[in-house]
Write a protein that binds this ligand. Structure first.
Ligand SMILES: [Zn+2]
Length: 189
């Protein structure tokens, strides 16, 4: 997905808005303070409120339901005990290592030593990269689908303005999503 391909598909403000959406950015400082506006109520990043009997919040400038955010958070949740050695994961690096490797720091040190001994270090390194890219693709898909499915009555632009989804906008974002995923897949070894 080169810069020139992007420019052909999206122009000017469209391009910048989609870029900000894809990057999950709030934009410049002014957008943070302007927040979300509906029925003359100012909504700010991180604020939680009830509407249509659902809980909503603003995350990265985009209005979305709490339940979806919770579902994403649960996936990333670290268990108390390491699934491999069954010891309590209380070490300084355990949480960090669990998120990537699904076991504790000690288990991972042993695992890498074993891999090196077997002479599979290079092969292992490219596997790690591939699974990191898969994780990135997965998160990105959840994020874009959330955006499209959970904000039917509009989305918040980088300037804090509410815009309605049009068919054109949806199609553009779906196309952009497919292109981004294609691009990420090409990074795999
Ligand atoms: Zn362990």
């Amino acid at each position: 997905m080169s810069e020139s391909v992007l420019k052909k598909e999206f122009r000017g403000a469209d391009l910048q808005r989609l870029r900000n959406l894809v990057q999950g950015k709030m934009g410049d400082k002014t957008s943070v303070s302007s927040g979300y506006v509906k029925d003359h109520v100012d909504r700010k990043e991180g604020e939680v409120w009830e509407e249509d009997s659902r809980q909503w919040t603003i995350k990265n400038g985009v209005k979305q339901t709490i339940s979806k955010l919770q579902a994403v958070r649960d996936v990333a949740l670290t268990p108390l005990f390491c699934p491999d050695c069954k010891t309590l994961m209380k070490g300084r690096y355990d949480g960090q290592f669990y998120k990537i490797h699904r076991h504790c720091f000690d288990c991972h040190i042993k695992f890498e030593a074993e891999i090196k001994k077997e002479g599979r270090w290079e092969e292992y390194q490219s596997q790690v990269q591939n699974s990191e890219i898969d994780g990135m693709i997965n998160n990105y898909e959840i994020w874009v689908d959330d955006l499209l499915n959970e904000t039917n009555d509009g989305f918040v632009t980088e300037l804090g303005e509410v815009e309605s989804w049009s068919k054109v906008n949806r199609d553009k974002i779906i196309k952009q999503k497919e292109e981004a995923i294609e691009y990420l897949k090409k990074l795999k070894k």
